[in-house]
Design a protein around this ligand. Structure first.
Ligand code: ADP
Length: 635
C-alpha cells in the first residue's frame, strides 16, 4: 500500500470536517465576549464635577462630597472623577469664563468625559451656556441647584436636573412657630447678582408675614456692619442666614467663615435651611437634605452611565426634609420642645451627667453609699457608746452610793455626837424653862432667851440631818450649775465633828466669791468626803505631830480647783501611780474603791485629779474641774 490515510478521513470526507469546525467556532463565539458592542466592565468612567464657588464653599462642598462618596460606593465601574471650580460667581466677573472654556475644551478634546455633574446654580448656568462648545454629546446632571435658576428652555435630551425648592415662606413660618414671640427677622444675604436674585425672591415670600413680624434686610451693608448690628440686636429678633458670597462693600466671603464669625458675635439665634450649616451655627428647622439630593443625583448618574437617556429621567424639585433642631441652640435661646413642628428631630442632645460620666458617677455614688453606711455605723456606735456611758454613770452612782453608806458608817459616831449635843441642850433648856415658869414671878426675858437657844439647837440638829440626807441621797447622775464652794462647805461641815473627835484640825478656805461649775453636787460631795476621810485615816494611823487637814477651793484659769492636803505620812513613791487603781489599799479593812470612784466621778465631769507628796509633808490631792462657761468667777 502507498501511504496510509486516517480512517476517519476516509470514512467522513471533508464536508463533515468543515461542519464540525463550524460548530466549534459557534460554541467559541458564544463563550467569548462579543466585539466592541459593549465596553468591558473594568474600563473606568470619566466623571467631570464642576463646582460653583470652589471646592470648600459650603453648602455646595457638602453636596459634592456626599455625591462623590455615594458614587464611588454604588458605581459598578472604576471611576476617574475630575473636579474643576468656577469662581466667577464669587468674583462677580464673567470675563474669565471664555479662557476657562478654552482650557476645558483643550483638556477634554481627545477624551471627553462620560458625564458632567454641575454643583450649584452658577455651574449649572455655565454648563448650559457652553454645552455646545464644550461637551455637545456628553450627558449632564445639573444638581444642588434651585429650580428657579435652571434654564429650563435650554435643557436638551442629554440633560437631567436634580433641583431643590427654596421655600422661604415655609421656613419663615417655621421660625415663627418655634419662637412665637419673634418681632424681627434680620435677613443676611450678600450683594452678588445671584444673591440679589435671592433677596428679591425672599422679599416676595416674606410679604404674607409682614403683618406679624418686621423684616430687616442686610443686603446693602458691609459684612463688618452686619456683624456690629448682629451683636446688638433688640430682644425677640432672629437672624436668617441666606448666602454671603460678596457683601455690599464688594468684599468676597468664604460662606463658612462668615457664618462662623456671625455666630460668634450674634446675640440672637441664626436660622438657615441649608443642612450644611446645621450642627455648628444654626438652630435648624425644615432644611434641604444633602443625602436625598445626593442619592437622587447618584441614581441618575449611574442610570445614565449605564446607557439610559438623560432626558427620560425626570426628577421633581426636592423640598425640605423633616425638620431637625440643634438641642444646644434650643437651650441657648430658650426654645421649648413643645413649640417644634410635629415630627421634628432634636439632635446633639447633651447626654445627662449620668450618661456622660456614668462610671465616675457610679463610683462617686458607691463611695457616698459606703460613706453613708460608715457614718450610719459610726452614729450607731456613738449612740451605743452614749448609752453605755449613761449606764456606766448609773452604775457609778450606785457604787458611789454604796461607798457613801460605808463612809457614813465611819461617821456614825460623829453624827450621833453632832445630834446629841443640840438634843441634850434642848432638853436641858426646856427643863430650865419649865422650872422658871413654875415660879410665881418668872423672868420672861430669860425664858425668851432660853427659847431662842432651843430654836438654835433645833436648827443645828436639822442641819446635821439635812447634810446627812444630802450625802446619802441616791440620785441619778445629774449635771447642773452649782457653786463649788457651797458643795465643799457642806461636806466639811458634815465631817467637822468627826475630825474634832479625832483631834484633827480641819480647815476650809474657799474663794471669796462663788465658784460656778457644771456638775452633780452629790457626786462631788462624795469626792471631797472620800478625800477628807482618807486624809483623816492617814493622819490617825500615823504617829505625827501636827494633825491638820486643809481643804481649799481656788480658780486657776478655766478651771476650779479643790485641794485636800494633810499632815500625814504621804503616799509611798511606788504607790503614787496605783492609788487610783481599783482594789488598791494599804488599810487592813480597806476596799480600795474610794479613789477609783473619785477619779471616775472627776473624769465624768471632764476634770482631772492628781496626787503628790508636797515638800511640806503629807499628801496633796488636787482636783481640777472646768468652770461653767459664761460665768465670771474670781479667786
Ligand atoms: P481604801 O481607803 O479603802 O484603802 P482608797 O481607794 O480610798 O481605798 O485609797 C487607796 C489607798 O490610797 C489607801 O489604802 C492608802 O494607801 C492610799 N491613800 C489614800 N489617801 C491617802 C492619804 N491622804 N495619805 C496617804 N495615803 C493615802
Amino acid at each position: 500500500m502507498s501511504g496510509r490515510v486516517p480512517i476517519g478521513a476516509i470514512k467522513l470526507g471533508w464536508p463533515v470536517v468543515a461542519a464540525r469546525l463550524c460548530v466549534c467556532l459557534l460554541v467559541l463565539a458564544a463563550i467569548l465576549p462579543g466585539p466592541a458592542s459593549s465596553a468591558p466592565h473594568w474600563e473606568s468612567k470619566h466623571v467631570l464635577v464642576l463646582h460653583s464657588f470652589g471646592r470648600d464653599f459650603r453648602p455646595w462642598s457638602e453636596y459634592a462630597l456626599s455625591i462623590k462618596a455615594e458614587l464611588k460606593r454604588q458605581s459598578p465601574w472604576p471611576l476617574d472623577i475630575q473636579e474643576h471650580s468656577l469662581l466667577t460667581a464669587r468674583l462677580n466677573d464673567l470675563e474669565p469664563e471664555a479662557p476657562f472654556v478654552d482650557y476645558l475644551r483643550s483638556l477634554y478634546q481627545s477624551r471627553p468625559p462620560d458625564i458632567v455633574i454641575s454643583i450649584g446654580a452658577p455651574a449649572a448656568r455655565f454648563v448650559q451656556k457652553f454645552r455646545t462648545q464644550l461637551f455637545p454629546d456628553t450627558p449632564m446632571v445639573l444638581t444642588a441647584v434651585e429650580q428657579r435658576l435652571v434654564d429650563h428652555a435650554g435643557l436638551t435630551d442629554n440633560d437631567t436636573v436634580v433641583s431643590v425648592h427654596n421655600d422661604f415662606s415655609g421656613f419663615f413660618g417655621s421660625i415663627l412657630q418655634v419662637l412665637p414671640d419673634t418681632r424681627t427677622i434680620a435677613v443676611v444675604i450678600g450683594a452678588s447678582p445671584l444673591e440679589k436674585f435671592w433677596l428679591d425672591e425672599a422679599k416676595k415670600e416674606a410679604k404674607p408675614f409682614e403683618n406679624r413680624v418686621a423684616f430687616v434686610w442686610y443686603a446693602d451693608l458691609s459684612f463688618e456692619d452686619i456683624l456690629k448690628r448682629a451683636a446688638a440686636l433688640p430682644p425677640h429678633t432672629v437672624l436668617f442666614w441666606g448666602l454671603m458670597s460678596v457683601d455690599a462693600a464688594g468684599v468676597v466671603h468664604e460662606g463658612d467663615l462668615a457664618l462662623r464669625s456671625l455666630h460668634a458675635v450674634a446675640n440672637a439665634p441664626i436660622f438657615s435651611f441649608q443642612e450644611a450649616f446645621f450642627g455648628e451655627d444654626t438652630v435648624g428647622g425644615p432644611m434641604h437634605s444633602i443625602a436625598e439630593s445626593s442619592r437622587k443625583t447618584v441614581d441618575a448618574t449611574i442610570r445614565i452611565l449605564g446607557g439610559e437617556k438623560p432626558g427620560n429621567i425626570k426628577i421633581e424639585p426636592i423640598g425640605f426634609a423633616s425638620p431637625k433642631y440643634d438641642w444646644r441652640e434650643m437651650q441657648r435661646w430658650g426654645i421649648s420642645e413643645s413649640n417644634l413642628p410635629p415630627g421634628s428631630a432634636v439632635l446633639f442632645r447633651e447626654p445627662s451627667i449620668w450618661k456622660k460620666y456614668s462610671w465616675q458617677m457610679a463610683l462617686i455614688a458607691g463611695v457616698i453609699l459606703v460613706q453613708g453606711m460608715l457614718i450610719g455605723l459610726l452614729l450607731d456606735e456613738r449612740r451605743r457608746r452614749r448609752l453605755a456611758e449613761v449606764e456606766s454613770r448609773q452604775r457609778l452612782a450606785e457604787l458611789a452610793h454604796v461607798n457613801r453608806y460605808s463612809a457614813a458608817g465611819e461617821l456614825t459616831v460623829s453624827i450621833a455626837h453632832e445630834l446629841n449635843q443640840p438634843l441634850g441642850s434642848i432638853l436641858t433648856n426646856t427643863e430650865t424653862a419649865e422650872l422658871m415658869l413654875k415660879s410665881s414671878s418668872p423672868n420672861l426675858d430669860e425664858v425668851k432667851e432660853i427659847l431662842a437657844d432651843i430654836r438654835r439647837d433645833d436648827q443645828r440638829a436639822s442641819e446635821v440631818i439635812r447634810r446627812l440626807r444630802s450625802v446619802l441621797k441616791k440620785t441619778p447622775f445629774e449635771v447642773k450649775d452649782i457653786d463649788l464652794n457651797e458643795t465643799v462647805r457642806d461636806v466639811v461641815g458634815f465631817v467637822m465633828t468627826l475630825a474634832e473627835g479625832r483631834h484633827i484640825a480641819l480647815k476650809y478656805t474657799s474663794t471669796p466669791t462663788e465658784l460656778r461649775i457644771r456638775g452633780d453636787p452629790v457626786q462631788l460631795q462624795q469626792v471631797v468626803l472620800n478625800l477628807i476621810i482618807n486624809a483623816m485615816d492617814a493622819i490617825s494611823g500615823a504617829q505625827v505631830g501636827k494633825l491638820e487637814i486643809g481643804v481649799t477651793t481656788s480658780r486657776s484659769g478655766a478651771y476650779a480647783e479643790i485641794r485636800v492636803s494633810d499632815t500625814g505620812p504621804g503616799i509611798a513613791v511606788d504607790d503614787l501611780e496605783n492609788v487610783f487603781n481599783p482594789f488598791f489599799t494599804t488599810k487592813p479593812q480597806g476596799m480600795g474603791m474610794g479613789l477609783t470612784i473619785v477619779r471616775t466621778i472627776i473624769e465624768a465631769h471632764h476634770g482631772q485629779i492628781v496626787v503628790e507628796n508636797p515638800p511640806s509633808g503629807g499628801a496633796l490631792f488636787t482636783v481640777r474641774l472646768p468652770v461653767a462657761r459664761g460665768r465670771s468667777t474670781s479667786t
